[in-house]
Design a protein around this ligand. Structure first.
Ligand code: SAM
Length: 273
């Protein structure tokens, strides 16, 4: 889908890109092809796309993969997609953050893609890792400046819950930059495509694990034990945090930002599973 096709679809349907839904539509064929290439989607893939928009990725994906489900919040765009791609794609009209797992996962997805609406990036990525943690690969278009929070090492300023969840899910790679003129309308920032490739760890990312990680970072300047004290008083722990840290060879006064993603997994298992 190129720029004049995007403009034509929007104008002929009297659609106006909605800022409140983070609508910046891809209008560069080369970028669309590269996204599909790095996603690793093939003829056997069962795919999920969040925010299909007017179908820039949806259409080529639907021709390529075995099954595609897409979730769109915007009623107008949903109706347009139903008309144009309804027989090739299972469409859901709703806010993805409110969608119940059982309502959209019949067969597990092996690939997830999203030119992610930037205003809900963190929420969407977290929900995907909880609901679709078994997917072998996730491919996202994100704001370039947000990558520092997604792909970073412990003990850095940006390291936090999102980087921990991504690290537990698998390995992350920044694939390529996408200049703002590849979208219509143009966003204010440069974007980039990243891929997350799953590593089998025999551990499921759950909402409870997310809450544990978030609580761990609730007081960044304090010790882990201080940050977690309120959270731990609301759950049944198997052993004390002090003993759990000791058995993992970690200091009692350690701070969350020093722990590696898999340290959070081990700690969580000792305390709560
Ligand atoms: N995939 C299209 C493309 O690449 O041109 C559109 C991408 S646009 C950046 C983000 C899309 O996500 C829009 O279609 C928007 O309406 C949709 N969206 C925004 N918030 C959403 C949410 N909470 N749940 C589902 N879709 C959402």
């Amino acid at each position: 889908m190129n720029r004049s096709e995007v403009v034509h679809i929007l104008e002929s349907n009297d659609f106006h890109a909605k800022t409140k839904f983070g609508q910046n539509f891809l209008c560069n064929e080369n970028i669309i092809n590269r996204i599909i290439e790095v996603s690793g989607v093939g003829p056997d893939s069962i795919c999920l796309e969040i925010g299909p928009g007017i179908g820039a990725l949806t259409e080529p994906l639907s021709d390529l993969c075995s099954k595609l489900t897409a979730v769109e919040i915007d009623k107008e765009l949903f109706s347009y997609l139903e008309e144009t791609l309804g027989d090739k794609v299972e469409l859901h009209l709703c806010d993805y953050l409110k969608l119940k797992k059982s309502d959209y996962i019949k067969t597990p997805y092996d690939h997830v893609l999203s030119n992610i609406p930037y205003y809900v990036m963190t929420g969407i990525m977290k929900k995907l890792m909880v609901d679709c943690g078994n997917a072998e690969k996730m491919t996202f278009m994100v704001e370039d400046e947000a990558i520092a929070r997604i792909i970073c090492e412990p003990s850095t300023k940006q390291y936090g819950p999102l980087a921990v969840l991504v690290g537990v899910y698998g390995s992350a790679k920044r694939e390529f930059t996408v200049p703002s003129d590849c979208f219509y309308p143009m966003p204010h920032t440069t974007s980039a495509v990243i891929t997350l490739t799953r590593t089998e760890r025999g551990f499921e990312i759950t909402d409870d694990f997310c809450s544990f990680v978030e609580a761990s970072f609730s007081k960044r300047r304090k010790t882990l034990s201080n940050s977690l004290s309120a959270y731990l008083s609301t759950v049944d722990v198997k052993i004390s945090l002090k003993d759990a840290l000791k058995s993992l060879g970690l200091e009692e006064n350690i701070r969350a930002e020093v722990l590696k993603p898999l340290d959070f997994v081990e700690l969580y298992k000792l305390l709560l599973i």
